[in-house]
Design a protein around this ligand. Structure first.
Ligand code: IMP
Ligand code: MG
Length: 181
């Protein structure tokens, strides 16, 4: 069923079942790669809170979990200016860090945040992103754990929002019949 928020209509395009299957596959990959290691997962709030929770529970092995809160979006556009509302509060030196992000659009958020992480001398850094918009990306970012590659549409659901709405939806929805320029 379509979801209406203000004047916009969103249609489902990735079901909750398909998300769950993909998340489980990423967890299998993580368990192989981090066997005998204890990764530090850093979840980027707000958007990645649901993906991060599901991915880490599916991973299910010893780990540390931390959160940062970054923002770049206003309405349906990335501002390219990243604001840090909550920074990394633990020591990640010599640790194997996995950054968990909801979606890579321009890539500005991750590009800026990776620099922050690397300046703290971790042993390794990898990235798990539920969604990637290859048409919108402007930075060269290596994503080891990728959920879905999608078109340049505005999406909500499974933690992603439009003005804080729609995060509760179990599936992923895209803006109907209107493409972002
Ligand atoms: P970037 O910095 O342009 O890569 O944008 C990344 C951030 O913008 C993500 O962490 C999301 O929170 C938000 N974002 C980007 N695209 C969308 C979208 O289609 N729906 C909701 N939020 C988005
Ligand atoms: Mg985000």
């Amino acid at each position: 069923m379509d979801k209406k928020i203000d004047a916009y209509t969103f249609e489902e395009f990735i079901s909750a079942e398909d998300i769950a299957i993909r998340v489980e596959a990423l967890a299998v990959q993580l368990r192989q790669d981090y066997k005998d290691k204890q990764p530090v997962f850093i979840i980027i709030l707000n958007g990645a809170f649901i993906f991060g929770s599901d991915l880490i529970r599916a991973y299910g092995e010893d780990c540390e979990i931390n959160f940062v809160k970054l923002s770049s979006y206003e309405g349906m556009e990335s501002s390219l200016e990243i604001t840090t509302h909550l920074d990394i509060l633990i020591d990640i030196a010599d640790k194997d860090v996995v950054i968990i992000e909801d979606i890579i659009d321009t890539g500005a958020t991750l590009h800026t945040f990776i620099e922050n992480v690397k300046s703290r001398n971790p042993k390794s850094v990898s990235i798990a992103a539920l969604l990637i918009k290859p048409e919108a990306i402007r930075y060269d970012i290596d994503v080891q754990y990728q959920g879905f590659s999608i078109a340049n549409d505005f999406v909500i659901g499974y933690g992603l929002d439009y003005n804080e709405r729609g995060r509760e939806l179990k599936a992923l929805y895209r803006l109907k019949s209107s493409k972002k320029a």
